[in-house]
Design a protein around this ligand. Structure first.
Ligand code: YYY
Ligand code: MG
Length: 142
């Protein structure tokens, strides 16, 4: 098992519900370590850039509107198989289809406001981490 890093975002709906700590606790219980974190209120241009891969999708405008609607917590998580492990504990994109006990099943109701983002592959993880954090802002555990 390789130690990986992944980018996680606790989205505006979950921040507004005041469940940041509950969600980080899920990461920690799954063996993931927070090695960088900061609050951010994304601008329209930042959200458009971050989700550029979806720019042709019909939900793009709503996605950007939602992601800029309030503050988020952006984090780098590190651990064995961090990318897939984070996706597992997040649950399916649509909370209605997310397995019981996953973050999206427990903290979200709709596909457009689904509590968390997680990188989906090593290349996107590296790109997304670099989008939010410089090397000096990342503090790997010894
Ligand atoms: O990686 P993940 O967040 O699980 O889903 P993506 O397919 O990458 O879509 C990104 C984001 O877009 C999703 O978290 C919510 C939103 N979205 C939507 O509002 N409606 C859809 N039908 C699909 C995605
Ligand atoms: Mg995705």
């Amino acid at each position: 098992m390789a130690v990986e890093r992944t980018l996680s975002i606790i989205k505006p709906d979950a921040v507004a519900k005041n469940v940041i700590g509950d969600i980080i606790s899920r990461f920690e219980k799954a063996g993931l370590r927070v090695i960088a974190a900061r609050m951010a209120h994304l601008s329209q241009s930042e959200a458009e850039q971050f989700y550029a891969v979806h720019r042709e999708r019909p939900f793009f405008g709503e996605l950007v509107g939602f992601m800029t609607s309030g503050p988020v917590l952006v984090q780098v998580l590190e651990g064995d198989d961090a990318i897939a492990r984070n996706r597992d504990i997040m649950g399916a994109t649509n909370p209605k289809e997310a397995a019981p006990g996953t973050i999206r099943a427990d903290f979200a109701e709709t596909i457009d406001a689904n509590a968390v983002h997680g990188s989906d592959a090593p290349e996107t993880a590296a790109q997304e981490i670099g989008f939010f954090f410089s090397d000096e802002q990342i503090c790997p555990r010894g």
